[in-house]
Design a protein around this ligand. Structure first.
Ligand code: NAD
Ligand code: SER
Length: 319
């Protein structure tokens, strides 16, 4: 029986991943942790504890006391926020990963670790269309630098110490349950809230900025699929490319207008525009498909319909 720790369980991914893991492994076996209180669905349906991943003494105590066998380490400072406090972001993103990798090396019970990388490992010199797994990686953001270094540390701990750490370069993830955490792809979440609430949205990226994206349900399924795959199927021990969808703000707005004909979008690019321009527009994820069977069920139309419905339901529940 697995005993799983989720770090960053109050965040956009962690809150949904915790619930999916609890369905699979039993609520009592999935221990959610975060620096801040998690949403009621997470706190109310299984164990939750406030814990700072930077506190390595409390971390090791927690892992041993609960006999943890798998760790999903999701705590990080995302691209937009990291540019505001680069040194602190580097410290949190890097040191927290090193704490976890070292713990997995030392504690025999820990059999697997998941840590997400990002399309942010790529930079302006990377081929932007159908970006290959192995290519130029010259990130321009502190977030991207920390993800690239993190990938190399994962590879190192796997080959030097045999730590079974697995990773995906997530694209922008789109969900309605928990708000996005300060990234460059957040416009593709905010737009749905503003469309339902106000019928208009001012986008912080230019209308023709294409980025790789994915609906959260597909991302959660992929993450669990990767973690359940037999170790011999995992040929990439840095992080797998994962693409999903590719669209621009203008294309997304057009899809929203099919449901909300009066919806209006305006554009006021800010400091996140050059970040987005340095990232790929679409991703070649054929190795993830071949190695562990990555599948994507939501295209742009299906994702748009699901998001609008989800946001409307959320607002009507809160009224
Ligand atoms: P988020 O900001 O929504 O959640 C991160 C959570 O980590 C927050 O709840 C925060 O309180 C927590 N946290 C921060 N510092 C902590 C600490 N010291 N100790 C414990 N918890 C701490 O981010 P997210 O979107 O859920 O992203 C999760 C992971 O996935 C991150 O590593 C991120 O880089 C990666 N990722 C996300 C996306 C995306 O589009 N959401 C894309 C690529 C990669
Ligand atoms: N969605 C993330 C960000 O924009 C990509 O890693 O920071």
């Amino acid at each position: 029986m697995e005993r799983i720790m989720v770090i960053g369980a109050a965040g956009q991914i962690g809150s949904e991943l915790t619930l999916a893991l609890r369905k699979l492994h039993g609520a009592e076996n999935v221990f959610a942790t975060d620096l801040k209180e998690a949403p009621p669905e997470v706190v109310g349906n299984g164990p939750f504890q406030v814990l700072d991943v930077m506190d390595d003494k409390r971390l090791i105590h927690f892992v041993i006391r609960h006999k943890i066998t798998q760790i999903y380490h999701l705590a990080a400072v995302l691209s937009g926020n990291a540019e505001k406090l680069p040194i602190q972001a580097w410290e949190i993103n890097m040191q927290s990963l090193l704490n976890i990798l070292d713990l997995a090396r030392e504690v025999e019970d820990i059999k697997k670790v998941f840590w997400p990388s990002s399309i942010a490992v790529f930079g302006g010199t990377t081929p932007h269309k159908n970006t290959p797994q192995l290519t130029v990686t010259e990130p321009s953001t502190v977030y991207g630098i920390s993800k690239l270094a993190g990938e190399r540390w994962c590879r190192y701990f796997y080959s030097r110490y045999g730590v079974d750490v697995r990773s995906i370069r997530y694209p922008g993830l789109i969900s309605y349950k928990t708000e996005a955490g300060g990234g460059t792809t957040d416009y593709a979440v905010e737009i749905f809230y503003e469309a339902v609430r106000n019928g208009k949205y001012e986008c912080f990226l230019k209308e023709d900025t294409a980025l790789p994206m994915m609906f959260m349900e597909d991302a959660i399924n992929a993450t669990i699929q990767l973690m359940e795959a037999p170790a011999e199927k995992i040929t990439i021990r840095s992080a797998y490319n994962m693409g999903g969808l590719s669209f621009t703000p203008a294309q997304l707005a057009e899809k929203i207008k099919k449901h909300e004909p009066d919806f209006k979008i305006t554009y006021k690019p800010d400091f996140r525009q050059p970040i987005a321009e340095s990232w790929p527009q679409s991703i070649d994820d054929s190795i993830a498909k071949k190695d562990w069977g990555l599948t994507v069920n939501y295209d742009l139309s299906k994702m748009t319909a699901a998001m609008l419905q989800g946001v409307r339901d959320k607002f009507s529940m809160n009224m």
